[in-house]
Design a protein around this ligand. Structure first.
Ligand code: TRP
Length: 332
């Protein structure tokens, strides 16, 4: 299959395997133990995440799609035409299609720049997009957010709409999220717009099952981190001796995810020449997913030097799309 209208650059700043080893080593000697969530998305992890998005309990994907289905036209209308579309963490880019269709309704061609840590996800999603949209041209960047943003030109003559969907912002601590938005803002000109999908605070009875589903897909996704250490670093984790745990801290407004050792044990990791000891019930912290109130979204904007130019919710007010602009930019 030819990939006309598609280019991919690999924007790697570091040796990936060495970095993985260093991060795993330092995470597992920390107290409490941690593993960075960026390593969830190997080929298996990306596939499991797509499965998570289809789970009945995992409402964010479906709810965000619902907002975009209703509001794509309004959202796109707030950005000057013609625009270039940029996306941080594009994944399968399924929801992006709703915006792409709106944009192609008012301009002849579209340049789309997806940035994703998973090269496989980029290739697959881009191939499907160029097949389905004759008027799209894709310049993909494989790398993490920092690496991807590093490859984006500073504000250009054209207008850009930058997407950061899926409540991926929620996987940063609140102050880190503001810093990340500042980094994006530094790449934005006055006419550029940033659209961020942010999950909202809600009842624990809805939140916890979304991150601990009855079919155990989220558990497999979390445990895949240990499988990855086994494959790539010669780890000896016995996956049947760890279980997934997701708890909502209502005060902080975040889901915390852990891998818990069912028993006291030592696990050897060849590539690190290291034995990791676990007490029975000891947890490795693998990810947080912060939830926001509308006031917390305003505070996030303020902390990032951005202003809110538009905001959309679903009927139940479970999820939000917020459009940000530079504070100094003139609103339409
Ligand atoms: N950005 C997603 C979220 O916070 C990531 C995610 C969904 C996730 N389900 C997960 C991460 C389960 C770890 C485990 O909702």
């Amino acid at each position: 299959m030819s990939l006309e209208r598609f280019t991919l650059v690999v924007a790697r700043l570091h040796n990936q395997k060495a970095l993985f080893a260093t991060d795993v080593g330092s995470g597992l000697v920390s107290r409490p133990k941690t593993l960075p969530c960026r390593y969830f998305y190997d080929e298996e992890g990306s596939a499991l995440f797509e499965e998570i998005c289809k789970l009945p309990e995992y409402y964010p994907t479906r709810t965000e799609r619902e907002i975009l289905e209703v509001r794509a036209g309004e959202i796109v209308a707030l950005v000057a035409s013609p625009l270039t579309l940029v996306e941080l963490g594009s994944g399968s880019a399924e929801k992006t299609r709703l915006l792409i269709e709106s944009i192609l309704g008012r301009q002849a061609t579209l340049r789309y720049i997806p940035i994703d840590i998973s090269q496989d996800a980029l290739k697959q999603s881009s191939q499907r997009l160029v097949e389905d949209y004759r008027r799209i041209e894709i310049d993909a960047i494989a790398g993490d957010y920092q690496e991807g943003l590093g490859r984006l030109p500073m504000a250009s003559d054209g207008t850009r709409l930058i997407l950061w969907l899926g409540s991926n912002v929620g996987n940063f601590h609140r102050d880190e999220a503001a810093k990340m938005l500042r980094r994006v803002a530094a790449k934005m000109g006055e006419r550029d717009r940033l659209l961020v999908g942010i999950d909202l605070r809600k009842n624990r009875q809805i939140l916890e099952p979304a991150y601990d589903d009855s079919q155990g897909v989220t558990a497999r996704f979390n445990l895949n981190l240990l499988a990855r250490i086994n494959h790539e670093l010669g780890g000896r984790f016995d996956l049947s001796t760890f279980h997934h745990r997701a708890v909502y801290d209502e005060n902080i407004g975040r889901i915390e995810m852990y891998l818990v050792s069912d028993r006291a044990q030592q696990v050897h990791i060849d590539a690190l020449g290291m034995d990791v000891s676990f007490a029975a019930g000891e947890a490795i912290h693998t990810e947080d997913s912060y939830k926001y109130s509308p006031a917390e979204i305003d505070a996030l904007a303020e902390a990032a030097g951005l202003a809110v130019a538009g905001q959309w919710f679903d009927q139940r007010r479970w999820f939000s799309e917020t459009m940000f602009v530079h504070q100094c930019a003139r609103l339409p």
